[in-house]
Design a protein around this ligand. Structure first.
Ligand SMILES: Cc1cc2nc3c(=O)[nH]c(=O)nc-3n(C[C@H](O)[C@H](O)[C@H](O)COP(=O)(O)OP(=O)(O)OC[C@H]3O[C@@H](n4cnc5c(N)ncnc54)[C@H](O)[C@@H]3O)c2cc1C
Length: 301
């Protein structure tokens, strides 16, 4: 019998998987869960390349975050434009934000390295990169709009995504970066944060997000050029001399959507295909969560 098939393991998929009562077959093209919630390790360091923190204005999401092992704290973010510090109530995960998605997939089997390359809507089946064909009774796509559009052929929905280059720099023991989190007033850099922002016990690294404009311009430049540009820029934000022992980059082709808040939580594309994700309900983790949660609740009835 064909199954309900879920594509992707980001936070919208995790929320769906956590609430959905039927059997699920899950396919993820990467080798890990989390999607745009993504941390990587270098020795004892944790570098969080994707989303940095979640905000929540919803008790359902609060509850999920609590159960996922996330920590709720008030953090001070330096806003360069106003030369002020903004205290923000946020949720972080000490091991990296991707760990909040694990909770929705507890006791679920995930097919990793399993990329959907086409959908046959007439036969209700998907084709995977490894040549396998999987039949579905319902297909839930939790992938960014441009990727969903490519698979579906047409999707009557306006939405743009911007890229983001994320650069991680690991510091030696003598170096320290303060303040922990900065929203710069810069045409080049949109975010800088020390790993102390989410975990004070690990050796310190600094994460830099390039602005959408600079990310677009530098996307295809080589790694060394991108890292050198980041190193040059970061010195404007600290008086300390930073000794960098390791650096790496992560390129997000589809990082942030321009989608504003929207009443619609998910899209019913056809009788058997549904779309969830941050580009439908709003551009942040909480919106992606509510998108997946709402679809699961509706399909359960
Ligand atoms: C650099 C950056 C910083 C951000 N900062 C913040 C922040 O601080 N706070 C905040 O709230 N939000 C932030 N965001 C946005 C937040 O990360 C997203 O809103 C949220 O993670 C989106 O979740 P999602 O489930 O909709 O999609 P995704 O996380 O993109 O999940 C999609 C999943 O589908 C998989 N997939 C895609 N195509 C296929 C295919 N063909 N076959 C199989 N699997 C496939 C992907 O590998 C991925 O796992 C940031 C995003 C980025 C990139």
């Amino acid at each position: 019998m064909s199954a309900t098939v879920l594509i992707g393991t980001g936070i919208s998929a995790s929320a769906f998987s956590n609430q959905f009562k039927g059997n699920l077959e899950i396919h993820e093209k990467a080798s890990r869960v989390g999607g745009r919630l993504c941390a990587r390790n270098y020795q004892e360091y944790i570098i969080q390349y994707g989303a940095q923190y979640a905000t929540s204005s919803n008790s359902l999401f609060d509850d999920y975050l609590n159960r996922s092992g996330a920590t709720n704290l008030t953090s001070s973010i330096y806003i360069e434009e106003n030369n002020t510090y903004e205290d923000k109530n946020i949720w972080v995960h000490e091991e990296g934000m991707q760990f909040i998605t694990n909770y929705g997939f507890l006791n679920k089997k995930i097919n990793f390295n399993s990329e959907v390359i086409s959908i046959n809507q007439k036969n209700n089946s998907i084709n995977l990169r490894d040549g396998k064909i999987v039949n579905y009774s319902k297909l839930i796509l939790s992938i960014p709009h441009p990727q969903a559009l490519k698979l579906l052929g047409e999707l009557n929905y306006e939405c743009d995504f911007e890229p983001c280059l994320a650069i991680g720099l690991c510091l030696d023991e003598e170096s320290s970066f303060e303040p922990y989190a900065i929203r710069p007033n810069s045409k080049d850099i949109s975010w800088i944060a020390s790993s102390k922002f989410f975990n004070k016990r690990i050796p310190e690294s600094v994460l830099i997000h390039f602005s959408p404009e600079r990310s677009k311009e530098m996307y295809y430049k080589n790694k060394e050029t991108i890292i050198n540009f980041a190193k040059e820029k970061i010195h404007n934000f600290t008086s300390s001399n930073l000794n960098i022992i390791y650096s790496d980059i992560f390129k997000w082709k589809y990082a942030l959507t321009n989608k504003k808040m929207n009443q619609e939580r998910y899209i019913k594309y056809s009788d058997s295909i549904y779309l969830i994700g941050d580009w439908i309900n709003g551009p942040r983790i909480e919106n992606a969560f509510l998108s997946g949660y709402s679809l699961a609740m509706d399909l359960n009835h």
